[in-house]
Structure formats: structure tokens, C-alpha cells
Design a protein around this ligand. Sequence first.
Ligand SMILES: Cc1ncc(COP(=O)(O)O)c(C=O)c1O
Length: 394
Amino acid sequence: MMNGDRIVQFIAREDLIDLALGHPDPDLLPVDGLRRAAGAAFDRYGPDAVAYGSAAGPAPLISFVCARLEKIDGRAPSPSEVVLTAGNSYGLDQVATLLTRPGDAVLVESPTYHLAIRILREHPLDVIPISSDERGLRVSEVADAVFRLRQRGGRARLLYTVPTFNNPTGISLALDRRRELVALAASEGFTIAEDDVYRELAYEGEPPPSLWSMAEPGIVVRLGSFSKSLAPGLRVGYLTADEPTARRFSEGGLLESGGGISHFASLVVAEYALTGEYASNVLRLREEYRRRRDALTAALDAEVGDAARWISPDGGYFVWVTMREQADLAMLLELAEQHGTSFVPGPVFHPDGRGGQQSVRLAFSRYPAPMLAEAVRRIGSSLLSRPGHRAARA
Ligand SMILES: Cc1ncc(COP(=O)(O)O)c(C=O)c1O
């Protein structure tokens, strides 16, 4: 949206059905409910709603996070184990700021959320990729990497992972590997930064338990966010950690200086949750995104089933599609954009840029089902119009 000549928000390309975008559909953002909640926050708190907030965030939202996690993760943190954040991007940046030193080694699942790689490198940390398969992160490779680092006189300080409804693969880490991973972190002394941003968006029953819920205190910092389950522009999320670690965040310079990071927005979320609307909004999102996931995978079956394979995700925003034959992804992307759609090429999600050469990430979050089907039809046309494909058929 533009306001005069001032840009108000992220602008999507209008000439594309852009499946590269891991964004919610603006039509699914609950504007009326949030408007009421903002009014309710002013009614209840008056000027305190927009004064400096308490460092860890306002108690009403912390209480809600505790209760909600008991419901969706089977283990409630105590309020002193929660610090509100401005979303997971901010949370990860704070983890890197407070729990690492420049040059430390951080193990990162590969493929992974590409912008997390950037955040970690900006600190700057030494990002070491660990591969994954259809059961998620290969924990045996984590053990190997830790061993190699130790042999060189170093150590792994942090491991970053999206174990539940991964971005970009949609895969969740298997339960036995979850257990192995938290045990390994405990024995080797590295912290797990668990990016749990998609937990609420589960389409096939309950999501798996978080690493945080399975670990002894002090092993995992879990990052949760209201970006996917409510609205990303609020910039409200939370982290759960053991009490001493949580205190490092709430007593750090950033929060001491500015108070709670998203104070007003956190109060708005708390008011919204109090009415029961948050829970019903999540149910509505699950239903709609499940429909979209099914539309996308049905279209893939129909249009590119011979040329590619994928795993239908149990949650989140993405389908990771792998071509059966070697693909020139740069050319395919160019053709797709000429046909009016787009995607993110697989290598972007690999810290070393070397994996994912035959894969692309498609997001089903931003567009309704018929537009997703049309986008996949356009990808199918792009595949058919590749010069190599014509030559093969001639
Ligand atoms: C895995 C992952 N982490 C973090 C984010 C960003 O989350 P937030 O809006 O809470 O900063 C995203 C958004 O796409 C994501 O996919």
C-alpha cells in the first residue's frame, strides 16, 4: 500500500503470482479484531499503554504465552522463563548478540531459513552447515561436526534449527532425533536456538513437542512468534529459556535502555487473546492454509508430477519441490517470471550455496487456492518451454 508517495508496507510484484513470498495473505490478517484490541488496550491502560514497558514484556501477554504453550506444546514455561521479543528475527539476533562472541562456530541445518544465515553471519559467526533428510536434521552429522571442531581446538557454541514445519522443506524433525539432539547439546555444551515460528500452523493434528519442552533447563532457547499465527507487522514474539538465560535477555542493554521491545503491540495481542479471538483465528488459519496446501500439491500432481517430487508438509507455509532431473534453476526462474510466477531456488537456503541445485521452495500462504493452481500451471508451462526440453522432444 502507498500513502501519497510514502511506502507504507512491503510491496509485492503485481505482475506475478509470487510463490517466493513466505508472507501471509493480507486478506487473512484480522484487522477489525486488532482494531478493537488496540482500543481495549487504551481503555484498560490509558497512557501506560504507550509509556516505556517492562523489560521482559507486559505480564498479561507473558501469562497468555505460558498458557498457550501448555496447550500447543504440552509444557508451560513459568513467567520468569519468558521474554517477549519483536519476532523471531529479532530473537535470533539477540541470541547471537548475548550468547556468542564474534567468530564462534554456529551449526546450521542445511537447507534452512536463508535470512537466519544472514543474521548469524552479520555477528559475525562462522556458519557450519549440517545436512538434513526426510526425517529432518542429521543429528549424527552434528556429532561429527562437534568432534571435528574439538580436534581443531574449537567448539560449537550454538546450533540453529527450524525443527517443526521447516522453512524451506516443510519437514519436522523425527522424535528420536529430537531426543538425540537435546542429549548431544547437553553433553557437548552448545546451545540450541530453536526457531519455532510455525508451531501454530499444524494441519494434521498436534505438532511435535518442541526441543525446548524435551530438554533440561539451559540447553534450548526457543523462539516463538505471532507473525505467522496473527500478523507479522505487529512485530511481537517471545522466547522461552531457563530463568538465568531469560534474565540475560531481559537485563541486557537493549531492553534496559528501551524497555519492553514491542510494548504497545504486546498489549494489543494480549487484549486480542483475552477475547478468545486468537485461538479462533488460529483455527481459521489452519483450515485455510490446509486448503491451500492441498490445492498446491494437487496442482503439482497434475502439472509437474512426472518432472518433480515433493513431500506434502504437515504444517507451515512451504512445499519443497525437487526436480527428478538436473535443472538450470536460473533459467527456470527466468522462464517462470516470464510466465507470471516465481519461486525461490534451492541453493539460497544452503549456507554454502552448494546444495538444493534441483530444488525450489514454493509458498502457499499468500494466495487463495485457485491462484496457487494457476501459478503451478505457469511453472509447468515454464518447464515445458525450456530450450533443453524442446531439444529433447525434437
Ligand atoms: C523460519 C523462520 N524464522 C523466522 C521468520 C521471521 O519471523 P518474524 O516475523 O517473527 O521475525 C520466518 C519468516 O518467514 C521464518 O520462516
